[in-house]
Design a protein around this ligand. Structure first.
Ligand code: SF4
Ligand code: SF4
Length: 192
């Protein structure tokens, strides 16, 4: 990312963080006490501190049901504790399907899904972005959609009488990507 040069050792720190397992013992030097305030300052991150770890989000999460490692309750706790690098470098952060079940069910009104979105945005800013998401982002800039539908499937649609898929406007997409900084962000994560 662009401020990497302004933060000597950032890449090295990020690399080190990426090697810390999500379940590894917590070391005092990992705790960033300001992290919860950083999240709380973001839209829908305000109620992070209200989580009392009841586990309802995890027990209702459709992804947690099929994953041995993905636990929204744990992500929220890591964020509260300030395990900044550990949570931002975690691949499990990217498993959330953004279904918002956790948010609907949280008895403390924590916007769990939104906190995860905030954490992902922070992660990208720090240069952490799984390859598959980079590829989807590149597809959007190249063809205007995240998934390229294979010809064979388009033919099958025709055969069963489905209407043609709408065409995306690549020029509009690129304008939007440039205006929002998406193109720049994607390039920066590709350099990591
Ligand atoms: S449901 Fe809400 S209060 Fe309970 S663990 Fe999840 S975020 Fe925390
Ligand atoms: S929004 Fe994400 S964390 Fe929440 S229930 Fe859905 S998949 Fe699980």
């Amino acid at each position: 990312m662009s401020d990497a040069a302004a933060k000597p050792g950032r890449d090295e720190d990020a690399g080190k963080a990426a090697r810390i397992g999500i379940n590894a013992p917590i070391r005092a030097h990992e705790l960033n006490l300001g992290f919860k305030y950083e999240i709380s300052a973001m839209h829908d991150g305000e109620k992070l501190k209200q989580c009392f770890q009841c586990g309802t989000c995890t027990s209702d999460c459709p992804i947690a049901r099929f994953s041995d490692t993905y636990r929204p309750r744990m992500i929220i706790r890591m964020a509260q504790l300030g395990l900044r690098d550990r949570v931002l470098s975690s691949d499990t952060l990217w498993l959330c399907a953004a279904c918002f079940t956790c948010t609907d069910r949280c008895p403390q009104d924590v916007e769990v899904a939104s906190v995860i979105r905030i954490l992902r945005n922070f992660a990208v800013r720090e240069g952490f972005m799984p390859l598959i998401f980079r590829e989807l982002g590149s597809n959007i800039l190249r063809i205007g959609v995240a998934y390229e539908i294979p010809e064979l499937r388009l033919k099958k649609r025709e055969i069963v009488g489905l209407p043609p898929l709408p065409k995306s406007d690549l020029n509009d997409m690129l304008k939007l990507a440039n205006a929002t900084g998406f193109s720049k962000t994607l390039k920066e994560t590709e350099r990591k």
